[in-house]
Design a protein around this ligand. Structure first.
Ligand SMILES: *Cc1c(COP(=O)(O)O)cnc(C)c1O
Ligand SMILES: [Zn+2]
Length: 449
């Protein structure tokens, strides 16, 4: 096990400084660029692609702790030097991937699948990265590194994941949230898990600025995705999708993007599979952004020749309301490697797409709505073909965003809700109910022809 090695490395190729994983560091000391975790690929290549696939399959969802976790079943590729005693796992990963047959047919793709990363302990994909980060912190504390607490700025889901993993490990957590800009469900999660919750009268980018200052004190460890340990866990999502398809690579993967750590992670896992011979082709990656927070889309329109941060405007897709994404360079690099496309979606497009999906048996969060809307636009534009095998990454559970859904169906979002389904209020009598049923069923017969 310990023959495998990983370290932090500066992403700037002219610099490439290396640092051990147990250093408290988020940016390169020489050039300030972000870091990424790099692995000793030669050591990993001693095991054949077939043998890796067999090992991953044997462990997948088993009860052999910690290897049944979707992350720790791939431990050698993620964090090879961690002691199992220090692993903080809530059995993350292994989320369901289903054929969205009815929805696909409605919008014009036959082979559409949804990867439900929100079906996870804290209700979003953020668990995938947080298990890795908090495990590494536990190991550092056990080695005597003086860490008092772990802190993050969050649009909601990062703080929920950080708080719950820290609670499981018995490590104090601190979360900085933009006041009034996250859902009640997301706010109550870190509160319930005993985090120190700081609600700041600013937006996410404002919280991010403050937390970067606070964590200059090295005893407070930073858990945002500029810390590349998060990316190491999140990178398993692409590997897991391919494994779930019996090692067949889909044609297109659509993912919503805000701070852009997750798209970089998706790319990184797939490249590792290719480099170790598990796959020979790569999918195209589509990043979907809310039109009100679309700096990556704007840069894409300029062929990535320039990038300008923007002030993100309020969007229903609150977890991606980010105007100055920290992982922009990594994301552009990924998109160039994966023949990438970026598309955006307006508020009404994202809300209708989420709701239309729900009518076919999904239960979408608004960010998944952004991904679905972007995909619909790309199908219409002929950039995704009917016959292609498409996977949409659903990033959070719809139950975290009930306010959004209630307001949509009550038609209170300030634009037409094209798929609103309002409850009918009636007196509690059989005759009133019968009459309402007749009318409703009549209407349905007319619609269905
Ligand atoms: C964090 C988050 C995203 C965006 O991920 P990035 O890595 O910031 O691009 C999308 N959807 C949900 C639900 C999230 O919590
Ligand atoms: Zn550097």
């Amino acid at each position: 096990m310990s023959s495998y090695k990983a370290w932090f490395q500066c992403i700037n190729e002219k610099c490439s400084e290396k640092y051990p994983l147990n250093t408290v560091i988020y940016r390169c000391k020489s050039c300030e660029s972000l870091l990424e975790v790099r692995h000793d690929m030669q050591a990993l290549a001693h095991r054949s692609a077939k043998a890796w696939m067999k090992l991953f399959e044997e462990r997948y969802k088993s009860t052999q702790w910690p290897y049944g976790s979707g992350i720790w079943g791939k431990k050698e590729w993620v964090l090879p030097q961690i002691h199992n005693d220090n692993i903080v796992s809530l059995y993350e990963g292994g989320s369901n991937l289903f054929w969205a047959e009815r929805f696909g047919k409605l919008i014009g793709v036959d082979n559409l699948w949804l990867k439900l990363c929100g079906n996870s302990h804290s209700g979003s994909f953020k668990d995938l990265g947080m298990t890795v980060l908090v495990s590494q912190v536990k190991q550092m504390i056990s080695e005597g590194v003086p860490i008092q607490a772990v802190a993050c700025a969050s649009t909601g889901d990062t703080s929920a994941a950080l708080a719950v993993y820290c609670a499981a490990a018995g490590i104090p957590s601190i979360v900085l949230l933009p006041k009034g800009k996250i859902s009640i469900a997301q706010l109550v999660q870190p509160i319930a898990n005993g985090a120190l919750v700081l609600s700041l009268d600013t937006d996410f980018d404002g919280c991010m600025r403050v937390v970067q200052e606070i964590t200059k004190d090295e005893t407070i460890y930073l858990a945002n995705s500029m810390n590349s340990l998060r990316i190491e866990g999140q990178k398993t999502v692409g590997i897991e999708i391919v494994q779930q398809f019996d090692w067949e690579v889909p044609d297109v993967i659509v993912i919503p993007g805000g701070n852009l750590g997750n798209v970089s992670a998706l790319g990184s896992g797939l490249l590792m599979m290719r480099d170790l011979g598990l796959i020979t082709k790569l999918p195209r990656i589509v990043v979907a952004q809310a039109e009100r927070a679309n700096p990556l889309y704007r840069s894409y329109l300029r062929n990535f020749e320039s990038f300008e941060p923007m002030e993100a405007r309020k969007t229903l897709a609150s977890a991606i309301q980010i105007g100055n994404p920290v992982s922009i360079e990594k994301a552009i690099r990924t998109l160039k490697q994966f023949d990438g496309i970026v598309m955006d979606a307006t508020e009404s497009e994202l809300a209708d797409a989420a709701a239309l999906g729900d009518t076919t048996g999904m239960f979408n969060c608004p960010h998944t709505g952004v991904a679905l809307a972007a995909m619909i636009k790309l199908i219409k534009a002929g950039k995704i073909d009917r016959s292609e095998h498409v996977v949409v990454i659903s990033t959070a559970h719809g139950l975290k965003f009930t306010d959004f859904k209630v307001q949509y169906h009550e038609e209170k979002l300030g634009f037409p809700s094209n798929y609103a389904n309002k409850p009918i209020e009636l007196p509690p009598t059989v005759s009133a109910v019968k009459k309402a049923l007749e009318q409703a069923l009549q209407k349905r017969r007319t619609i269905n022809g």
